[in-house]
Design a protein. Structure first.
Length: 174
């Protein structure tokens, strides 16, 4: 009687490896689609340009006021990106955090348009909104990198040039 000895079917490991490789390829394809649709949200640069133009043209903000708003946005991103990366290193809910950051960033962009008063009448509120938006937006790049590394591994990160190309195409097409 062979207690504790498992029988191994020849070829079972090969089938499992093939299934894992197929799943990995599907995941890489999904990453490319995510890069296409999250391209503009990733670092906020296009979003900043569009908001700046809106505030200057539609709400008569001065360039100085817009500069203050987006300086605060950029510094907030800078301050929160490392803690965001730390969070992604230790959470098992990476997709949830990334999704929440993308939705919240979009909502804050809409709030910016709805709350902006003529000639910067509520500049302090707008500074607060940009600070929060910078903090939230800082969760997007480390989230994308964390999810990507989980799918392709550290060696596969160097092969992600295709996703970056798609991101660039997405930016140029919009």
């Amino acid at each position: 009687m062979n207690v504790g000895v498992a029988s191994v079917t020849p070829g079972a490991t090969t089938n499992t490896n093939d299934a894992l490789e197929e799943q990995r390829e599907k995941s890489k394809s999904s990453l490319r689609w995510a890069a296409l649709f999250l391209g503009e949200v990733r670092d906020g640069l296009t979003m900043i340009n569009m908001q700046s133009a809106f505030l200057i043209v539609s709400k008569n903000y001065s360039e100085k006021q817009v500069g203050i708003l987006f300086f605060v946005f950029g510094m907030s991103q800078f301050l929160f990106q490392t803690p965001a990366g730390y969070l992604y290193d230790y959470t098992h809910q990476k997709v949830l955090w990334l999704s929440a950051a993308a939705v919240t960033t979009t909502a804050l962009t809409v709030i910016t348009a709805l709350c902006a008063q003529e000639e910067g009448g509520n500049l302090l509120l707008m500074v607060l909104i940009k600070f929060i938006q910078g903090a939230v937006t800082s969760f997007i790049p480390p989230g994308l990198n964390s999810i990507t590394q989980g799918i392709v591994g550290s060696v596969g990160m160097t092969e992600q040039g295709m996703s970056e190309s798609i991101h660039s195409f997405s930016s140029a097409a919009k």
